[in-house]
Design a protein around this ligand. Structure first.
Ligand code: SAH
Length: 221
């Protein structure tokens, strides 16, 4: 993409490689998706830093490394149906759209869902569907999913999400450790038999809370 930011994207790709991202398709997606279109105008100059940034409504666009790692953990081949919880800016949605066949994304703040939809449209991405709603319930009419990625801190593993995974499907979710505001990015694999799943802790992360029926209770405002 010749938008003046290609050099910045290449440097971000190098930084992610140094931090251990190996999946070539994920690195290609980072080299392609114009991240500056998914951050507020005044932060555009920092869009390719490997850092989280505020996107309004008290939410953040996650750090590129964590987004790339989450994508990598899904081990996508291009044929999958993926569900994302916490659309936020829509940037990770765009990465996933390059890595899977179809992406469904749920965001609980209507304004963010609307803006992400616009940004995705401006990027020319068509294999995504964004819905405003409580993602802790999943998105049942489109289930099952080969991969699910949750971009907000959860008190546990929401049951509806595991239920909406295909046998052999993968869920990546930051689960609270119970001591402060740090979570463990966790990979959950549903067994090929369909019954039961296993969990693998990956790394410590820090996300904004997942608010909803199977997440934290939203505070009255
Ligand atoms: N992947 C996004 C992350 C945004 S932060 C990005 O990089 O831009 C997490 C997002 O999860 C916030 O936008 C927040 O509003 C949303 N969220 C929190 N609880 C949710 C829920 N129950 N359902 C859907 N979205 C939720």
């Amino acid at each position: 993409m010749s938008d003046g930011y290609a050099g910045y994207r290449s440097r971000l790709v190098e930084a992610l490689q140094l931090k251990g991202i190996r999946d070539m398709a994920v690195l290609r997606a980072v080299a392609t998706v114009p991240r500056h279109l998914f951050v507020p105008k005044e932060l555009e100059a920092r869009a390719y830093d490997d850092a989280a940034l505020p996107i309004g409504a008290g939410q953040t666009i996650s750090q590129p490394y964590v987004q790339a790692r989450s994508c990598e953990l899904l081990e996508l081949t291009g044929r999958e149906r993926v569900l994302e919880i916490g659309t936020g800016s829509g940037y990770q949605t765009a990465l996933l759209a390059m890595l899977a066949e179809m992406v469904f994304s749920v965001e609980r703040i209507p304004e963010l869902a609307r803006r992400a939809h616009e940004a995705l449209k401006a990027t020319g991405i068509t294999n995504v569907s964004v819905m405003h709603g409580d993602g802790t319930l999943g998105w049942k009419p489109n289930a099952p999913y080969d991969g699910i990625v949750v971009a907000a801190a959860s008190p546990g593993i929401p049951k509806p999400l595991v239920e909406q995974l295909t046998p052999g499907g993968r869920l990546v979710i930051p689960v609270a450790r119970g001591d402060g505001d740090v979570q463990v990015l966790t990979l959950v694999r549903r067994h090929d038999s369909g019954s039961g799943f296993d969990e693998t802790p990956i790394s410590d992360v820090r996300f904004v809370p997942l608010l909803g029926e199977f997440g934290y209770a939203p505070r009255e405002s």
